[in-house]
Design a protein around this ligand. Structure first.
Ligand code: PLP
Length: 427
């Protein structure tokens, strides 16, 4: 038995399913999860000392590549000064100032420790500020695991949602309206019917949790217009796409200002930092100023903030995003070329340092189209790539991530492996 298999058996005795977050268990692709020993640059090594090129990047945070020396140094320096104080620090002020400067729609920001906390708190804030209960989300967007967000569409159009997790009472999701992504007509209809009751609309402006799906400009503009007209709060969940698709996030690319933004992943650089922020008149409803309660023992943790601040500094170097985008596009152009060369329904798309791989003829534009992709072929492809030392997300419905350390030669190695893998699975 391999070390990965031995560890997985042991893990399953002490931890449900052997993992601390479900997708890590390889359930949708089968096989044994790789237990990671160490990581450096674009590479990770598993418990059997096998090296892989990593396209998960800790599900987004590792935008610089793993264990960047400046980040490690900053973390070590901060750790030597004490791990946690439960009191304000200068570094938190710097971090807040930096986020507000880089994302102009954010006038004030509060730090938390996970993306789930960020979106959950943004929702509570939106409800508190508007004194309304109903919220709108979109099928296929993931916003963390807060009760009222673990919802799928109800049985009829414009009916309120049903929980997607047991343990979530129907009562907790009865205020959540779940609509189709990129469907402007449904949005218009929802606001026509419930506009004065809708506290907020929450959306991934570039969706990365149903594979990578781009919002259309019209979809986000319609959302912005309707929220303004009905005094509802527009929340962009940029936990994944923030600082990933460009320095100013998806809101910069689309040139649309949300009222609130949730951030995470990249802003922590690999340690637990997330944030939510936006218009200061809305943020003023938060405790200790206002009546919306939100708190955290480890919020703004000094070691995590040192990691995040250094990461934010490094991604501002000139050409950072043009190089990142160029390398990501090199990868997806190569993969698209393979689909054409080999005559198979296989394509890819990229925005900034984020990409999607689809076993379909064309890049999907909706949740329904993503669901049409050939998940069986993905499963085979995933394992053929893993065998060749390429570590992709173990699900056909997750986006992939390229880091600044994925050089042209790393990308070329990946495309060559993909060619072999596609040939293997199509014979
Ligand atoms: N929002 C989005 C868009 C995400 O992709 C995720 C996690 O993948 C979350 C929220 C939740 O973040 P976390 O896993 O840090 O709680």
């Amino acid at each position: 038995m391999s070390s990965n298999e031995i560890l997985f058996q042991r893990a399953q005795r002490s931890t449900p399913g052997g993992v601390n977050s479900p997708v890590r268990a390889f359930h949708s692709v089968g096989g044994t999860p790789r237990f990671i020993k160490k990581a450096n640059g674009p590479y990770i090594w598993d418990a059997d000392d096998k090296q892989y090129i990593d396209y998960i990047g800790s599900w987004g945070p590792a935008i610089l590549g793993h264990a960047h020396p400046s980040v490690i140094e900053a973390v070590q320096e901060a750790a030597a000064l004490g791990l946690s104080f439960g009191a304000p620090t200068e570094a938190e002020v710097l971090m807040a100032e930096e986020i507000c400067r880089l994302v102009p729609s954010i006038e004030q920001v509060r730090l938390v420790s996970s993306g789930t906390e960020a979106t959950m708190s943004a929702l509570r804030l939106a409800r508190g500020a508007t004194k309304r209960d109903k919220i709108v989300k979109f099928e296929g967007c993931y916003h963390g695991h807060a009760d009222s967000l673990l919802v799928k569409a109800g049985s009829g159009l414009l009916t309120f949602g049903n929980p997607t997790s047991s343990g979530v009472p129907n009562d907790f999701t009865k205020h959540t309206l779940v609509l189709d992504y990129n469907n402007c007509e449904q949005l218009e209809a929802a606001f026509a019917q419930f506009g004065s009751e809708i506290a907020c609309v929450i959306v991934e402006p570039v969706a990365g949790n149903m594979n990578l799906i781009r919002a259309t400009q019209q979809f986000l503009e319609t959302m912005r217009k309707l929220c303004t007209e009905h005094s509802s709060i527009l929340i962009f969940d940029e936990v994944m796409c923030g600082f990933r698709v460009s320095l100013g996030g998806a809101q910069e690319i689309y040139n649309i200002q949300p009222d609130l933004t949730a951030l995470g992943k990249v802003i922590g650089g690999g340690l637990p930092v997330a944030a939510f922020g936006g218009r200061s008149d809305i943020m003023a409803h938060l405790a200790p100023l206002g009546g919306v309660y939100q708190a955290g023992t480890l919020s703004g943790n000094p070691v995590a903030v040192a990691c995040g601040l250094t990461t934010l500094k490094l991604i501002q170097e000139s050409d950072f995003y043009s190089k990142l985008s160029h390398h990501t596009k090199l990868l997806t152009d190569g993969l698209n070329g393979l689909g054409q060369e080999l005559g198979i329904d296989f394509c890819a798309d990229a925005i900034g340092g984020m990409f999607g791989i689809y076993f379909s003829k064309n890049v999907p534009t909706s949740f329904a189209e993503v669901m049409q992709c050939d998940a069986e072929s993905f499963k085979k492809f995933f394992h053929a790539m893993l065998d060749r030392g390429i570590y992709l997300a173990p699900s056909a419905f997750e986006a992939g991530f390229v880091s600044a350390s994925h050089s042209e030669s790393v990308i070329k190695t990946t495309i060559a492996a993909a060619r072999e893998a596609l040939l293997e699975i199509s014979t």
